[in-house]
Unconditional design. Structure first.
Lengths: 342, 306
């Protein structure tokens, strides 16, 4: 594809993305403002609520005393300048909060997706090669089990076993208490610790990452497994695969060179889609493992009716979704040059 | 469902590949092509679902104790007297798990049914009329899709107040778009067929055409999607209850029972058994949905025709 064509494609997609983000803000705004819930009740103490002056000051502070359409316009205007408002629970800028929590969730989700792609693709190829064999049937049940388990329940079970009973892994958080986070480069503690050469810190961060990351990955392993199996089966009966076998290549080489290449396309799709669903799963997992990410932030904002924070989380997550979808389409044209970006 | 139903009918039509010839049908292909009532996994699923329905109906006869009666020893481990043990205020966990079926099953079925009706109506209208109506409805559906399900559900449930009813509403809000997309696609495909044209020529109104001609022809795949969705609905609903945004204590609801177990690790049975109940229900629906999807999968269908 020509660079100009690529530019047009990117411009168009980013334009659509921007419209989508504005739409998301509208939905989130309507949702959070037209409901019969009073943020003052959720945020002020009993005695403060009794004092009309304090309640009025609270409303004024967060702009809640203006008409709703005007509030929305003010919000959009601030958003344009990167200002997401003040969080009512942390009393900090929502943008600051998100800057702290988003990398934590990204680290968790990336770890989970890497684990589930490695395990899922491996087992998926195995299932396809052993099609109809009991191994295949077993893996089918395994993948259905993976998507059927309540995440919060698995998380508790893993927590019980590896922390409470065996004491192998730390209970929660990103680092042991008392440790200082590595100097920020990416915001991912494991990566930053490695970049700074702080080996013990890396091990500590990784040990904290294992339990929540693995639990989060369980759901996606099943999905990746099924799609890998299906896409390998699509390819494996083709004539050129038979030809590759006929010229005496080992089964492993045939799979690696002639089957996996075309099968990668759907696998890449499903892995990226799974990444989106992982972001949803983080709410429950972060809650249980006290992981300071956007899932936990979303939960706390929701129960405290912290409207600016809910809006901020929605917008950030929507932007991540849109970028992932864009990335998938770009990946497509790299993996299969016949696909035209439009 | 936008929370990432991994097996939803919309996730990726795989790129078209060469048709495998009929002679390539292996024993396993034929096994997969058997109708669901002849597949062991699907049968297992149906058996589990029926068992749970029976439990839900006869919970008061089957359970040895009322769900909220505090009578036994506190935190007793599972034994002959208390099959699943007792919780921290002396309630019988076994009885509570049985009563939990009365909430999770009907509510999940209800919310999937409502989401299906709303979604497929909107989707059919969008597909049938096209133009601006189509654009508006489907853009709203896209928006809800771009919203991660549980975060939207969290916001709705928290804003409306932490109640089971509101959690159900929240899950409906995030579930309808997948039905809208599917039914829109089906209607678009059927709209130009001859039976629809002849109905129009006979003077049938748009709504009548949709109801009489289109509805029966697009119902199959929509019901399959609904079957696949019930498991997810159970998961999402119990997840909200686990977070304290759905059923409130002392209601015997599986998700909130797991969360009660989370507070007392030395009595693992309090959370273990309600979680197993969720797992078996969701797994059963996924077994059935999986077989149904195989049956409707276009690639599989192509093999059948050969």
């Amino acid at each position: 594809m020509s660079p100009a064509g690529l530019g047009r494609f990117l411009a168009r997609r980013l334009g659509i993305g921007a419209v989508l983000v504005v739409g998301i803000t509208l939905i989130a705004f309507i949702l959070t403002h037209l409901v019969p819930a009073d943020p003052a009740t959720a945020n002020l103490g009993q005695s403060a609520l009794g004092d009309p002056a304090i309640v009025k000051a609270f409303y004024h502070e967060y702009g809640l005393d203006k008409p709703v359409p005007q509030q929305y316009v003010i919000y959009l205007w601030k958003l344009l300048h990167g200002n997401l408002g003040m969080s009512e629970q942390s009393h900090r800028a929502v943008a600051t909060d998100l800057g702290q929590y988003v990398p934590a969730t990204m680290e968790l989700a990336l770890f989970a997706i890497v684990i589930s792609v490695i395990v899922g693709v491996g087992l998926g190829v195995l299932a396809a090669v052993r099609r109809g064999h009991p191994v295949d049937g077993g893996l089918r049940v395994f993948s259905l089990l993976g998507v059927s388990m309540p995440t919060f329940w698995v998380a508790l079970f893993v927590f019980y076993l590896f922390f409470f009973r065996l004491g192998w892994l730390p209970s929660g958080g990103r680092l042991s208490p008392g440790l200082v986070a590595p100097a920020r480069v990416t915001g991912l503690y494991t990566v930053d610790a490695l970049l700074n050469g702080q080996w013990p810190l890396f091990v500590n961060a990784l040990r904290h990452l294992v339990m929540p990351g693995a639990v989060l990955g369980i759901f996606t392993v099943g999905t990746v497994l099924r799609f890998t199996r299906a896409s390998v089966l699509e390819v494996i009966n083709n004539d050129y695969v038979r030809a590759a076998r006929a010229k005496g290549l080992s089964e492993w080489t045939v799979i690696r060179r002639h089957v996996m290449r075309p099968a990668l396309l759907p696998i890449a799709t499903v892995a990226s889609l799974a990444f989106g669903s992982l972001l949803s799963g983080t709410v429950l997992v972060e809650n249980i493992f006290s992981w300071p990410g956007i899932g936990e932030y979303a939960y706390l904002s929701a129960i405290n009716l912290d409207l600016p924070a809910i809006m901020g989380v929605s917008i950030v997550v929507a932007i991540i979704y849109i970028l992932i979808n864009l990335l998938v389409d770009l990946l497509y044209s790299v993996l299969d040059p016949r696909i035209e970006l439009r | 469902m936008s929370t990432g139903d991994p097996f939803s009918l919309e996730v990726g039509p795989l790129p078209a590949q060469a048709d495998p010839g009929a002679d390539l049908l292996t024993r396993q292909d034929r096994a997969a092509l058997r109708p669901p009532w002849r597949q062991p996994l699907a049968l297992t699923g149906v058996a589990i679902i029926i068992t749970w329905i029976v439990i839900a109906i006869f919970a008061s006869e089957l359970a040895p104790h009322p769900p909220n009666l505090q009578f036994g020893p506190l935190n007793a481990s599972p034994s002959h007297a208390y099959l699943f043990g007792t919780d921290e205020i002396g309630r019988d966990v076994f009885s509570r798990v049985l009563y939990g079926a009365r909430l999770s099953l009907p509510l999940a079925a209800l919310l999937v049914a409502v989401a299906m009706v709303i979604g497929s109506t909107l989707g059919s209208v969008a597909g049938f009329f096209g133009g601006i109506v189509d654009a508006i409805i489907m853009r709203i559906a896209d928006l809800v899709f771009a919203f991660p399900g549980i975060i939207l559900a969290l916001a709705v449930a928290a804003a409306l107040g932490a109640q089971l009813r509101n959690a159900v509403l929240a899950v409906i809000v995030v579930s309808w778009p997948s039905y809208a997309r599917l039914s829109r696609g089906l209607v678009l495909a059927a709209r130009s067929s001859e039976y629809v044209t002849s109905a129009k020529l006979l003077g049938s109104s748009a709504w009548r055409t949709m109801w009489v001609e289109l509805r029966p022809n697009i119902a199959g795949p929509i019901f399959v999607l609904a079957a696949l969705d019930i498991g997810n609905a159970v998961l999402l609903l119990s997840g909200l209850s686990f977070l304290g945004l759905g059923a409130q204590p002392p209601t015997a609801e599986w998700g909130s029972m797991v969360s009660e177990g989370a507070q007392n690790f030395s009595s693992f049975w309090i959370g273990l058994f309600p979680g197993l109940a969720i797992l078996t229900v969701v797994l059963a629906f996924n077994f059935v949905g999986d077989a149904l999807r195989d049956m409707l999968d276009p690639r599989t269908a192509r093999m059948i025709r050969k």
